[in-house]
Design a protein around this ligand. Structure first.
Ligand code: SF4
Length: 436
Protein backbone atom coordinates (compact mmCIF):
# COMPACT_ATOMS: atom_id res chain seq x y z
CA UNK A 1 0.00 0.00 0.00
CA UNK A 2 1.31 3.45 -0.89
CA UNK A 3 2.06 5.47 2.25
CA UNK A 4 0.04 8.67 2.71
CA UNK A 5 2.10 11.83 2.15
CA UNK A 6 2.04 14.97 4.27
CA UNK A 7 3.67 18.29 3.38
CA UNK A 8 5.09 20.33 6.23
CA UNK A 9 5.98 24.03 6.50
CA UNK A 10 7.82 25.03 9.67
CA UNK A 11 8.09 28.71 10.56
CA UNK A 12 9.24 30.59 13.63
CA UNK A 13 11.74 30.35 16.45
CA UNK A 14 13.66 27.31 17.74
CA UNK A 15 10.81 26.59 20.18
CA UNK A 16 8.39 26.27 17.25
CA UNK A 17 10.98 24.16 15.44
CA UNK A 18 10.96 21.69 18.34
CA UNK A 19 7.14 21.47 18.03
CA UNK A 20 7.56 20.77 14.31
CA UNK A 21 10.07 18.02 15.06
CA UNK A 22 7.65 16.45 17.53
CA UNK A 23 4.82 16.41 14.96
CA UNK A 24 7.11 15.10 12.19
CA UNK A 25 8.39 12.34 14.45
CA UNK A 26 4.83 11.29 15.25
CA UNK A 27 3.82 11.42 11.57
CA UNK A 28 6.73 9.17 10.63
CA UNK A 29 6.01 6.83 13.53
CA UNK A 30 2.47 6.36 12.22
CA UNK A 31 3.61 5.58 8.70
CA UNK A 32 3.17 8.95 6.98
CA UNK A 33 5.77 10.04 4.45
CA UNK A 34 6.92 13.66 4.65
CA UNK A 35 6.67 15.19 1.21
CA UNK A 36 9.01 17.96 0.12
CA UNK A 37 6.58 19.54 -2.31
CA UNK A 38 2.96 20.62 -2.30
CA UNK A 39 1.79 18.74 -5.37
CA UNK A 40 2.90 15.36 -4.06
CA UNK A 41 1.29 15.75 -0.63
CA UNK A 42 -2.27 14.78 0.22
CA UNK A 43 -2.40 17.37 2.98
CA UNK A 44 -0.12 20.17 4.25
CA UNK A 45 0.56 21.20 7.86
CA UNK A 46 1.70 24.81 8.37
CA UNK A 47 3.32 25.51 11.76
CA UNK A 48 2.96 29.29 12.14
CA UNK A 49 4.68 31.99 14.18
CA UNK A 50 3.06 35.08 15.69
CA UNK A 51 5.87 36.67 17.67
CA UNK A 52 6.11 39.94 15.75
CA UNK A 53 3.99 41.43 12.98
CA UNK A 54 6.48 40.43 10.28
CA UNK A 55 6.27 36.80 11.44
CA UNK A 56 2.46 36.93 11.36
CA UNK A 57 2.57 38.17 7.79
CA UNK A 58 5.05 35.50 6.73
CA UNK A 59 2.77 32.87 8.28
CA UNK A 60 -0.33 34.22 6.50
CA UNK A 61 1.57 34.11 3.20
CA UNK A 62 2.62 30.51 3.85
CA UNK A 63 -1.00 29.49 4.55
CA UNK A 64 -2.17 31.22 1.35
CA UNK A 65 0.55 29.51 -0.67
CA UNK A 66 -0.25 26.07 0.78
CA UNK A 67 -3.96 26.57 0.04
CA UNK A 68 -3.23 27.70 -3.53
CA UNK A 69 -0.75 24.91 -4.23
CA UNK A 70 -2.41 22.04 -2.40
CA UNK A 71 -5.80 23.03 -1.01
CA UNK A 72 -5.95 20.77 2.07
CA UNK A 73 -4.25 22.62 4.89
CA UNK A 74 -4.00 22.28 8.70
CA UNK A 75 -2.77 25.35 10.57
CA UNK A 76 -0.99 24.94 13.90
CA UNK A 77 1.40 26.98 16.06
CA UNK A 78 1.03 30.51 17.39
CA UNK A 79 -1.59 31.66 14.87
CA UNK A 80 -3.57 28.52 15.64
CA UNK A 81 -4.65 30.21 18.88
CA UNK A 82 -6.57 32.74 16.77
CA UNK A 83 -8.83 29.92 15.72
CA UNK A 84 -11.94 31.92 14.77
CA UNK A 85 -9.97 34.60 12.96
CA UNK A 86 -8.06 32.01 10.93
CA UNK A 87 -11.25 30.21 9.91
CA UNK A 88 -12.91 33.50 8.97
CA UNK A 89 -9.93 34.44 6.87
CA UNK A 90 -9.39 30.99 5.35
CA UNK A 91 -12.74 29.12 5.56
CA UNK A 92 -11.34 26.27 3.45
CA UNK A 93 -8.84 25.20 6.15
CA UNK A 94 -9.17 21.57 7.21
CA UNK A 95 -8.35 22.33 10.87
CA UNK A 96 -6.76 24.92 13.13
CA UNK A 97 -4.94 23.89 16.32
CA UNK A 98 -2.85 25.88 18.81
CA UNK A 99 0.85 25.63 19.66
CA UNK A 100 2.31 22.65 21.48
CA UNK A 101 -0.61 20.49 20.40
CA UNK A 102 1.05 17.74 18.41
CA UNK A 103 -1.77 15.39 19.34
CA UNK A 104 -4.48 17.74 17.95
CA UNK A 105 -2.55 18.02 14.69
CA UNK A 106 -2.26 14.24 14.54
CA UNK A 107 -6.00 13.85 15.16
CA UNK A 108 -6.74 16.27 12.31
CA UNK A 109 -4.30 14.49 9.97
CA UNK A 110 -5.67 11.03 10.86
CA UNK A 111 -9.28 12.20 10.33
CA UNK A 112 -8.47 13.47 6.82
CA UNK A 113 -5.86 10.94 5.83
CA UNK A 114 -5.86 7.56 7.56
CA UNK A 115 -2.33 6.44 8.50
CA UNK A 116 -0.54 3.79 6.50
CA UNK A 117 1.15 0.84 8.15
CA UNK A 118 4.58 0.30 6.80
CA UNK A 119 7.12 -1.41 9.05
CA UNK A 120 9.83 0.41 7.11
CA UNK A 121 8.48 3.82 8.02
CA UNK A 122 8.06 2.84 11.66
CA UNK A 123 11.86 2.75 11.90
CA UNK A 124 12.61 6.12 13.36
CA UNK A 125 16.08 7.52 13.93
CA UNK A 126 16.99 7.24 17.66
CA UNK A 127 16.56 10.95 18.47
CA UNK A 128 13.32 11.30 16.44
CA UNK A 129 13.01 13.47 13.32
CA UNK A 130 15.25 16.55 13.46
CA UNK A 131 15.03 19.62 11.25
CA UNK A 132 18.53 20.66 12.27
CA UNK A 133 21.74 19.11 10.87
CA UNK A 134 22.58 15.78 12.51
CA UNK A 135 25.20 17.22 14.83
CA UNK A 136 23.13 19.74 16.77
CA UNK A 137 19.62 19.76 18.19
CA UNK A 138 17.30 22.00 20.15
CA UNK A 139 16.21 20.65 23.53
CA UNK A 140 12.98 22.18 24.76
CA UNK A 141 12.72 22.08 28.55
CA UNK A 142 9.42 23.88 29.16
CA UNK A 143 6.42 25.31 27.38
CA UNK A 144 4.62 28.60 28.06
CA UNK A 145 5.52 31.56 30.22
CA UNK A 146 4.39 33.09 33.54
CA UNK A 147 5.47 36.62 32.59
CA UNK A 148 3.37 39.26 30.92
CA UNK A 149 5.76 41.44 28.95
CA UNK A 150 3.53 44.10 27.46
CA UNK A 151 4.95 43.77 23.93
CA UNK A 152 4.43 40.00 23.77
CA UNK A 153 1.42 37.80 23.07
CA UNK A 154 3.17 34.46 23.61
CA UNK A 155 1.70 33.71 27.11
CA UNK A 156 -1.80 34.17 25.65
CA UNK A 157 -0.95 31.73 22.87
CA UNK A 158 1.13 29.14 24.69
CA UNK A 159 -0.28 29.41 28.20
CA UNK A 160 1.49 29.46 31.55
CA UNK A 161 4.82 27.81 32.24
CA UNK A 162 4.73 24.01 32.18
CA UNK A 163 8.15 22.47 32.87
CA UNK A 164 9.02 19.04 31.54
CA UNK A 165 10.18 16.41 33.98
CA UNK A 166 13.95 16.60 34.46
CA UNK A 167 14.03 12.85 34.05
CA UNK A 168 12.42 13.07 30.56
CA UNK A 169 14.68 15.92 29.48
CA UNK A 170 17.80 13.98 30.40
CA UNK A 171 16.50 10.85 28.67
CA UNK A 172 15.86 12.85 25.50
CA UNK A 173 19.26 14.52 25.72
CA UNK A 174 20.98 11.14 26.12
CA UNK A 175 19.07 9.70 23.13
CA UNK A 176 20.19 12.66 21.02
CA UNK A 177 23.81 12.18 22.07
CA UNK A 178 23.51 8.46 21.18
CA UNK A 179 22.17 9.54 17.76
CA UNK A 180 25.34 11.56 17.09
CA UNK A 181 24.38 15.04 18.32
CA UNK A 182 27.46 17.05 19.37
CA UNK A 183 25.74 20.18 20.57
CA UNK A 184 22.48 20.70 22.47
CA UNK A 185 20.76 24.07 22.43
CA UNK A 186 18.54 24.41 25.48
CA UNK A 187 15.42 26.47 24.70
CA UNK A 188 12.09 27.48 26.22
CA UNK A 189 10.24 30.79 26.58
CA UNK A 190 11.97 31.53 29.89
CA UNK A 191 14.78 29.01 30.41
CA UNK A 192 15.95 30.33 33.79
CA UNK A 193 12.42 29.89 35.20
CA UNK A 194 12.57 26.14 34.54
CA UNK A 195 10.88 24.23 37.38
CA UNK A 196 9.20 27.26 39.03
CA UNK A 197 5.74 25.84 38.21
CA UNK A 198 6.50 22.55 39.99
CA UNK A 199 8.26 24.30 42.88
CA UNK A 200 11.58 22.88 41.70
CA UNK A 201 10.44 19.40 42.70
CA UNK A 202 13.11 16.75 43.19
CA UNK A 203 12.99 13.65 40.97
CA UNK A 204 15.05 10.52 41.12
CA UNK A 205 17.02 10.71 37.89
CA UNK A 206 19.69 8.18 36.93
CA UNK A 207 19.84 6.91 40.49
CA UNK A 208 20.25 10.28 42.17
CA UNK A 209 17.85 12.93 43.42
CA UNK A 210 17.80 16.00 41.23
CA UNK A 211 15.90 19.30 41.51
CA UNK A 212 13.92 20.55 38.52
CA UNK A 213 16.04 23.69 38.48
CA UNK A 214 18.07 25.20 35.67
CA UNK A 215 21.29 25.06 37.70
CA UNK A 216 20.92 21.30 38.40
CA UNK A 217 19.75 20.57 34.87
CA UNK A 218 22.69 22.47 33.40
CA UNK A 219 25.15 20.57 35.56
CA UNK A 220 23.79 17.15 34.54
CA UNK A 221 23.53 18.05 30.85
CA UNK A 222 27.13 19.19 31.12
CA UNK A 223 28.11 15.67 32.14
CA UNK A 224 27.02 14.27 28.74
CA UNK A 225 30.37 15.27 27.22
CA UNK A 226 29.02 17.45 24.40
CA UNK A 227 28.53 21.18 23.94
CA UNK A 228 25.49 22.48 25.83
CA UNK A 229 24.36 26.04 25.07
CA UNK A 230 21.72 27.97 27.01
CA UNK A 231 19.23 30.26 25.27
CA UNK A 232 16.61 32.73 26.56
CA UNK A 233 18.06 33.05 30.06
CA UNK A 234 16.51 36.10 31.78
CA UNK A 235 18.78 37.86 34.25
CA UNK A 236 17.26 36.49 37.47
CA UNK A 237 19.70 36.54 40.41
CA UNK A 238 20.10 32.74 40.45
CA UNK A 239 21.64 32.64 36.98
CA UNK A 240 24.84 34.05 38.50
CA UNK A 241 25.40 30.47 39.67
CA UNK A 242 25.51 29.25 36.07
CA UNK A 243 28.64 31.23 35.29
CA UNK A 244 31.01 29.05 37.37
CA UNK A 245 29.60 26.01 35.50
CA UNK A 246 30.72 27.72 32.30
CA UNK A 247 34.20 28.51 33.57
CA UNK A 248 34.51 24.89 34.79
CA UNK A 249 33.61 23.64 31.29
CA UNK A 250 30.27 21.95 32.10
CA UNK A 251 28.49 24.04 29.49
CA UNK A 252 29.82 26.36 26.81
CA UNK A 253 30.67 29.87 28.04
CA UNK A 254 27.79 31.48 26.17
CA UNK A 255 24.81 33.24 27.65
CA UNK A 256 21.83 34.35 25.60
CA UNK A 257 20.25 36.86 27.94
CA UNK A 258 17.56 39.05 26.34
CA UNK A 259 17.88 42.38 28.20
CA UNK A 260 15.51 44.30 25.83
CA UNK A 261 16.50 47.61 27.47
CA UNK A 262 18.61 49.01 30.29
CA UNK A 263 16.46 51.82 31.68
CA UNK A 264 14.33 50.68 34.66
CA UNK A 265 11.38 52.90 33.69
CA UNK A 266 11.22 51.39 30.19
CA UNK A 267 11.71 47.86 31.54
CA UNK A 268 8.83 48.42 33.98
CA UNK A 269 6.57 49.59 31.17
CA UNK A 270 7.62 46.48 29.27
CA UNK A 271 6.86 44.48 32.48
CA UNK A 272 10.10 42.60 31.98
CA UNK A 273 11.07 39.94 34.49
CA UNK A 274 14.12 40.83 36.63
CA UNK A 275 13.75 44.50 35.67
CA UNK A 276 15.51 45.92 38.74
CA UNK A 277 18.85 44.14 38.39
CA UNK A 278 22.05 46.12 37.95
CA UNK A 279 23.03 44.33 34.79
CA UNK A 280 26.21 46.27 34.07
CA UNK A 281 27.69 45.29 37.42
CA UNK A 282 26.60 41.70 36.87
CA UNK A 283 28.13 41.53 33.38
CA UNK A 284 31.43 42.68 34.89
CA UNK A 285 31.12 40.06 37.62
CA UNK A 286 30.26 37.29 35.11
CA UNK A 287 33.29 38.19 33.01
CA UNK A 288 35.58 38.26 36.03
CA UNK A 289 34.49 34.67 36.81
CA UNK A 290 34.52 33.50 33.18
CA UNK A 291 36.62 35.81 30.96
CA UNK A 292 35.90 33.75 27.83
CA UNK A 293 32.12 34.26 28.24
CA UNK A 294 30.23 35.29 25.07
CA UNK A 295 27.12 37.32 25.86
CA UNK A 296 24.31 37.50 23.35
CA UNK A 297 21.27 39.71 23.84
CA UNK A 298 18.27 41.26 22.12
CA UNK A 299 16.79 44.74 22.50
CA UNK A 300 13.73 46.71 21.48
CA UNK A 301 14.09 50.38 20.57
CA UNK A 302 11.28 52.90 20.19
CA UNK A 303 9.07 51.19 22.79
CA UNK A 304 6.06 53.42 23.63
CA UNK A 305 7.19 56.21 25.93
CA UNK A 306 10.94 55.72 25.33
CA UNK A 307 12.42 59.23 25.38
CA UNK A 308 15.46 60.38 23.43
CA UNK A 309 17.39 60.56 26.71
CA UNK A 310 16.43 57.00 27.61
CA UNK A 311 17.48 55.83 24.19
CA UNK A 312 20.85 57.56 24.63
CA UNK A 313 21.26 55.73 27.97
CA UNK A 314 20.74 52.52 26.03
CA UNK A 315 23.53 53.48 23.60
CA UNK A 316 25.79 54.21 26.60
CA UNK A 317 24.88 50.80 28.03
CA UNK A 318 25.93 49.12 24.78
CA UNK A 319 29.29 50.85 24.84
CA UNK A 320 29.87 49.94 28.49
CA UNK A 321 28.51 46.40 28.41
CA UNK A 322 30.55 45.37 25.38
CA UNK A 323 28.11 42.60 24.49
CA UNK A 324 29.41 40.19 21.88
CA UNK A 325 26.33 39.42 19.80
CA UNK A 326 23.21 41.58 19.70
CA UNK A 327 19.91 41.55 17.85
CA UNK A 328 17.57 44.54 17.85
CA UNK A 329 13.99 45.26 16.76
CA UNK A 330 12.30 48.57 16.25
CA UNK A 331 9.13 48.21 18.34
CA UNK A 332 6.20 47.08 16.23
CA UNK A 333 2.68 46.82 17.64
CA UNK A 334 1.28 43.33 17.46
CA UNK A 335 -2.41 42.52 17.64
CA UNK A 336 -3.46 41.77 21.21
CA UNK A 337 -0.33 43.13 22.96
CA UNK A 338 -0.91 45.28 26.05
CA UNK A 339 1.78 47.75 24.93
CA UNK A 340 -0.57 48.96 22.17
CA UNK A 341 -2.55 50.79 24.88
CA UNK A 342 0.47 52.60 26.37
CA UNK A 343 0.68 56.36 26.01
CA UNK A 344 3.32 58.29 24.07
CA UNK A 345 3.89 55.87 21.17
CA UNK A 346 7.12 56.64 19.31
CA UNK A 347 6.52 57.59 15.64
CA UNK A 348 7.62 54.94 13.16
CA UNK A 349 10.33 57.08 11.54
CA UNK A 350 11.87 57.75 14.99
CA UNK A 351 11.77 54.01 15.80
CA UNK A 352 13.56 53.22 12.54
CA UNK A 353 16.08 55.99 13.06
CA UNK A 354 16.85 54.70 16.59
CA UNK A 355 17.27 51.18 15.22
CA UNK A 356 19.87 52.43 12.72
CA UNK A 357 21.75 54.38 15.43
CA UNK A 358 21.63 51.39 17.77
CA UNK A 359 23.00 49.04 15.11
CA UNK A 360 25.80 51.46 14.19
CA UNK A 361 27.01 51.58 17.81
CA UNK A 362 26.68 47.84 18.37
CA UNK A 363 28.33 46.94 15.09
CA UNK A 364 31.46 48.75 16.20
CA UNK A 365 31.36 46.98 19.59
CA UNK A 366 30.82 43.54 17.99
CA UNK A 367 33.59 44.10 15.45
CA UNK A 368 35.96 45.09 18.23
CA UNK A 369 34.99 42.06 20.36
CA UNK A 370 35.72 39.80 17.37
CA UNK A 371 39.05 41.52 16.65
CA UNK A 372 40.20 40.67 20.17
CA UNK A 373 40.03 37.00 19.25
CA UNK A 374 42.58 37.23 16.43
CA UNK A 375 45.58 35.07 17.33
CA UNK A 376 43.64 32.86 19.78
CA UNK A 377 43.23 29.14 19.27
CA UNK A 378 39.95 27.37 19.93
CA UNK A 379 37.90 24.30 19.03
CA UNK A 380 35.25 24.71 16.34
CA UNK A 381 32.42 22.45 15.24
CA UNK A 382 32.12 22.23 11.45
CA UNK A 383 28.57 22.91 10.21
CA UNK A 384 28.81 22.82 6.42
CA UNK A 385 30.94 23.10 3.31
CA UNK A 386 29.74 25.96 1.11
CA UNK A 387 30.97 28.04 -1.80
CA UNK A 388 32.28 30.63 0.64
CA UNK A 389 34.31 28.02 2.52
CA UNK A 390 34.04 25.62 5.42
CA UNK A 391 31.60 27.08 7.92
CA UNK A 392 32.18 26.26 11.56
CA UNK A 393 31.35 27.68 14.98
CA UNK A 394 33.28 28.03 18.21
CA UNK A 395 31.58 28.13 21.62
CA UNK A 396 31.00 31.83 20.92
CA UNK A 397 28.58 31.30 18.00
CA UNK A 398 25.15 29.74 18.11
CA UNK A 399 23.72 28.38 14.85
CA UNK A 400 21.49 30.58 12.66
CA UNK A 401 21.58 33.67 14.89
CA UNK A 402 25.30 34.51 15.27
CA UNK A 403 28.17 34.77 12.81
CA UNK A 404 30.39 31.83 11.83
CA UNK A 405 34.06 30.84 11.77
CA UNK A 406 35.25 30.32 8.19
CA UNK A 407 38.08 27.77 8.16
CA UNK A 408 40.25 28.37 5.06
CA UNK A 409 41.95 24.99 5.02
CA UNK A 410 39.18 22.83 6.48
CA UNK A 411 37.95 20.97 3.37
CA UNK A 412 39.00 17.64 4.88
CA UNK A 413 36.90 18.18 8.02
CA UNK A 414 33.41 16.71 7.71
CA UNK A 415 30.34 18.52 9.08
CA UNK A 416 29.76 17.41 12.67
CA UNK A 417 33.49 17.12 13.47
CA UNK A 418 35.48 19.25 15.90
CA UNK A 419 38.83 20.75 14.89
CA UNK A 420 41.25 23.13 16.63
CA UNK A 421 41.87 26.37 14.76
CA UNK A 422 43.77 29.63 15.12
CA UNK A 423 41.74 32.79 14.47
CA UNK A 424 43.47 34.78 11.71
CA UNK A 425 40.99 37.54 10.89
CA UNK A 426 37.56 39.02 11.55
CA UNK A 427 34.92 41.37 10.16
CA UNK A 428 31.73 42.74 11.72
CA UNK A 429 30.08 39.33 12.11
CA UNK A 430 32.39 36.47 11.20
CA UNK A 431 35.81 35.11 12.08
CA UNK A 432 38.39 33.59 9.74
CA UNK A 433 40.64 30.76 10.86
CA UNK A 434 43.20 28.11 9.96
CA UNK A 435 43.67 24.65 11.39
CA UNK A 436 46.41 24.22 13.96
S1 SF4 B 1 9.25 36.34 29.01
FE1 SF4 B 1 8.11 38.03 28.13
S2 SF4 B 1 8.82 38.09 25.97
FE2 SF4 B 1 9.36 36.07 26.76
S3 SF4 B 1 7.61 34.77 26.22
FE3 SF4 B 1 7.29 35.50 28.32
S4 SF4 B 1 5.99 37.29 28.08
FE4 SF4 B 1 6.92 36.89 26.07
Amino acid sequence: MKSPRVGFVSLGCPKALVDSERILTQLRAEGYVISDNYSDASIVVVNTCGFIQAAVEESLEAITEALDENGRVIVTGCLGTRNQEMLRRFPELVAVTGPDSAESVMEAVRAELPPGHSPFHDLLPPGGIKLTPRHYAYLKIAEGCNNSCTFCVIPGMRGRLVSRSIHDIIDEASALVDAGVKELLVVSQDTAAYGADVKYRTELTRGRPMRSHINDLTRVLGELGIWVRLHYVYPYPHIDELIPLMSEGFVVPYLDVPFQHCVPRVLKRMKRPANAENNLARIRMWRSICPELTIRSTFIVGFPGETEDEFKLLLDFLTEAQLDRVGCFAYSPIQGAAANELDNPVPEEVREERLARFMAVQEEVSAQRLRRRIGQTCAVLVDAHTESGVLARSTGESPEIDGVVIVHDGVDIEPGQFVDVRITGSDNHDLYAQKV
